[in-house]
Design a protein around this ligand. Sequence first.
Ligand code: MOS
Length: 735
Amino acid sequence: MNGIGAPINRTDAWAKVSGAAHYTAEHHIENLAQAVLVTSTIPSGRVLRIDDSAAKEVPGLLLVMTPQNAMRLPKDTRDGKIQPPIGRRLTLLQEDDIYYNNQPIAVVVADTYEHAREAAARLRIEYERKDAVLDFEQAKQDLHPPEKVLTEDTDTRRGDLADGLLASTVRIDATYTTPIENHNPLETHSTIAEWDGDKLTIHESTQYMKGVQRIVASIFGIPPENVTAICPYTGGGFGSKGSIWSHGPLTAMAAKMLGRPVKLSLDRNQMFGPVGQRPNTEQRYRFGALDDGRILASSHDTIAYTSMIEDWIEPCGIVSRMMYESPNQQTTHRLAKMNLGTPTFMRAPGEATGSFALESAIDELAVQLNMDPLALRLKNYTEKDPGKDLPWSSKSLRQCYEIGAERFGWKDRKPQPRSMKQGNKLVGWGMATATYPTNRSAGECSATLHPDGSALFRSATQDLGTGTYTVMTQIAADSICLPVEQVRFELGNSQMPESPVSGGSTTVASVGPAVQAAGHALRLKLAGIALADQASPLFGVTADQIGFEHGELYRLDEPARRESMAAIVARHGAPVEVTAKAEPGDEKKKYSMHAFGAVFVEVTVDEDLGEIRVPRVVGVYGVGKLMNEKTGYSQLMGGIVWGIGLALFEETVIDKRNGRAVNGNLAEYHVPVNADIQGIDVQIVDEDDPHVNPLGAKGIGEIGITGVGAAIANAVYHATGKRVRDLPITLDKLL
Ligand code: MOS
């Protein structure tokens, strides 16, 4: 069997390793002009003048598009309504204001990339400078609440926090901080735009085909059907490609002005500002508990930066609303405006950072109580969602804890910090809980059976490198009862049936059921054709008497009477096609739906050098049904690797003088490399969840990073006796 669950290789593996898979910037298009984005070097002010006289001497120069000469757009995009519900105020050269360093202020187009770059370097830009807020401490003097935190309330309250703290015998009050982080997919954001009259074809590296189509159409004031968005391969996204940023429409504007197709790729440094980033957070955590470990009160108050032009909050507090029993609780979110690029979703926005604070604070509480941190978590285990007051659709966290503890050997942990050593290294063992919500949107899929017996399924979804092609092929194959070799799944074109954004770990949950429904509909249609066809051995039976297996239809009462799907279609004379839609019901009203996991970590710390290594991570997850045991384990493992990055390496450092990222490159923006990763043991518990969606699959794109930051911080505390509440935990913080 190679259908759902089977650990088959990626169906696109060969195309990827051989170079046959074309990423956005690799499409060959006739007469393609090359563009370079020019960004501001000041954080606040106005573009007064762009002198392009020296640029004009560069051969092959085609266009210098600036706020002074850029085509006027029919719509004012400054109302922040361009991409509901998140807003996104783009900077499309309709205005000359500057709100952050690295903001797009011009586009230079030439016959070659080198000419465009040379001309861009020769621009002389005069600015009017204004005061900028570049210091978080200063920005915090003026806080405001965001309207919403994702779809939830900004602040929540249950019981009475003050009463709960007063009644407690042990209290924690600690503040945790996390830095700005930037998405660094290997593929930087790229666009190729080509107009044919008022019809636009836009190749865009994206997590959201249909979003590109609709939003770009709305910006140019043309009907969505005039825009075709194409992206068969996305070279990583992690949230940054979930929104449409300025460079895409700017490229289309340049192509329109020139009457010629134009390509633009951001350079690595331009990934630091104009396309979103994880904001820094300051999270104050308070816990009150009784001596037996029962938590009476908890409070999670988050402050994060946002840009001058838009509100976007890192939703740290949401995880606290559901994780542990706590009769008295408050969670709040506040924003501090800074002259930096607008923040956005980054892998497990809120859960990655919020679980660092929550799960570190739980560990601190366990130390105060002199209790095992796992026992404390079990003491406050929730059998239903305490925030929403709904039962879980399924929750296997107890098994995750048990299996994880067993595999890790947690029972051998000596509770005292600095009590475990290995040669001259301190050894620390820490753990944390992982979680991520399970969501779903509507999806659509078409399915066609060809006379040669092969099936083609299509939906306008995305493969970010995550395995969408592969798992959709598996789902399709099972639904139509064909082996995967005879099934092809296509994605990455906005003209295909509707699919939602690949965000919030929802692609399988949203598109998968549509693929499945299309396969079932196609089967029924084939049965209908066969039973009405005198030449078929199935002629005259009713549809409910027909079975399906291995590409054949057969009579349930007489299984020997059968024929292949190929034969039915061949006699039919034309491919058989269906389109199906699948959408969520009211299950969210009845159940709270989350994936859960337990992360156990061993660190070693060199006392003299402060060097931290992570020899072992055990991550055990309850994520419903896994669609592919190979790609699924890889994705969870990748999440853990990023969790190690979050804990130990990643940090965008902003120059407080000019608001520029000083490490805006892959040499100085540190991410884990092979030498940083040692043993990662990922386990899945059997989990049958009939409520989340027809496939029973919970999302796995994001849960892997959650909990890891705290598990490592807790292990570092256990190793050294030093509680580091500020990520990343670099060696200077231990010395
Ligand atoms: Mo994910 S941060 O929802 O792309």
